[in-house]
Write a protein that binds this ligand. Structure first.
Ligand SMILES: *[C@@H]1O[C@H](CO)[C@@H](O)[C@H](O)[C@H]1NC(C)=O
Ligand SMILES: *[C@@H]1O[C@H](CO)[C@@H](O)[C@H](O)[C@H]1NC(C)=O
Ligand SMILES: *[C@@H]1O[C@H](CO)[C@@H](O)[C@H](O)[C@H]1NC(C)=O
Ligand SMILES: *[C@@H]1O[C@H](CO)[C@@H](O)[C@H](O)[C@H]1NC(C)=O
Ligand SMILES: *[C@@H]1O[C@H](CO)[C@@H](O)[C@H](O)[C@H]1NC(C)=O
Length: 262
């Protein structure tokens, strides 16, 4: 189905006329409920809601539209069934009713396992023959690391070089990655970030140390974090100088998820 982009010019003129003559607002948004931070794939019920009052004005031409940035997310034409847009249908529960009042029943959007693609400026637009009202909020659907690998350090005795690498995948928005040695960030390290075709990021950190300056055992930690989401994930690796990693004895992996709610 096609989505109506905006109210036609003629009805806009009428709206202005109506507003001027009546001296009141035909539509008022009373509450806006758009969460600022969501974890991608979350199974918690997430509802985007703008409640409104129509006062005495009728529901003629009442249309509720939701956008993510410039893209339509959801639309409900009063008296019809609500529909999620082609692009985002898979993240929407179209059967969700926000109320039993036929004037506002399908005003809200219930998200089902949302993805990072739904991040951005979320807008609700309530319009009718008599007026329109909108609300905009920023929403971030962050994607935590799908994997974080701190590899066994590579020793090159001839070059007196110990190389530590760490790879994190599947993050959104762009994370920060950093390798620590005995809880302090390593001074010389290189970070590489790649934006994948799905929009999520791969981050890699490579640190090179002078092998004879490394006191064993040494604790390496790789931390990947998303500042805006207050998210951080740490892998730890204890290196005692052996060339071949013996998983049962040498590796101490500590997964630390720090996720604080605002
Ligand atoms: C909207 O708010 C304005 C200003 O507070 C008020 O004059 C108007 O009656 C309200 N309209 C509705 C439909 O509630
Ligand atoms: C709505 O209609 C009622 C009755 O017709 C009237 O008393 C009231 O003032 C109207 N309210 C507004 C906001 O126009
Ligand atoms: C969201 O809105 C802000 C402020 O209007 C703007 O600076 C920003 O570029 C917008 N973001 C997107 C993704 O469109
Ligand atoms: C070790 O470093 C030297 C000098 O940079 C290099 O020629 C050699 O190929 C390296 N050895 C390995 C196994 O990477
Ligand atoms: C990442 O790549 C996608 C598609 O390749 C693109 O649409 C998006 O704008 C890029 N994002 C950033 C932050 O570079």
């Amino acid at each position: 189905m096609r989505f109506i982009r905006s109210v036609p010019i003629l009805s806009r003129a009428f709206v202005l006329f109506a507003a001027l003559t009546s001296g009141t607002w035909a539509i008022n948004i009373t509450t806006v409920d758009i969460p600022y931070l969501i974890k991608a794939g979350s199974t918690d019920p997430i509802i985007l809601d703008c409640n409104y009052e129509l006062g005495n004005s009728s529901t003629d031409g009442l249309v509720i539209k939701w956008f993510v940035n410039q893209d339509v997310l959801y639309q409900w034409i009063h008296g019809k069934v609500p529909t999620g847009s082609e692009e985002f249908k898979k993240y929407i529960d179209e059967s969700f009713k926000a109320s039993n009042d036929p004037r506002t029943m399908y005003r809200a959007v219930k998200l089902v396992k949302p993805s990072h693609e739904l991040s951005g400026n979320v807008t609700c637009l309530i319009s009718s023959m008599y007026g329109e009202a909108r609300a905009i909020r920023k929403m971030l659907v962050y994607s935590p690391a799908k994997s974080l690998q701190l590899h066994h350090p590579l020793l090159n005795k001839t070059a007196n070089r110990l190389t530590v690498t760490c790879l994190a995948e599947g993050l959104y928005p762009r994370p920060k990655i950093i390798i620590h040695r005995d809880r302090k960030p390593i001074q010389f390290q290189e970070q590489r970030y790649k934006n994948n075709t799905d929009g999520r990021f791969t981050a890699e950190a490579i640190a090179v140390l002078k092998a004879d300056k490394v006191k064993l055992p040494v604790i390496f930690q790789c931390e990947v974090s998303i500042f805006e989401a207050n998210y951080s994930f740490i892998q730890e690796y204890v290196y005692n100088g052996s060339q071949v990693p013996c998983f049962s004895l040498l590796i101490l992996t500590l997964n630390l998820i720090v996720f604080k709610r605002y």
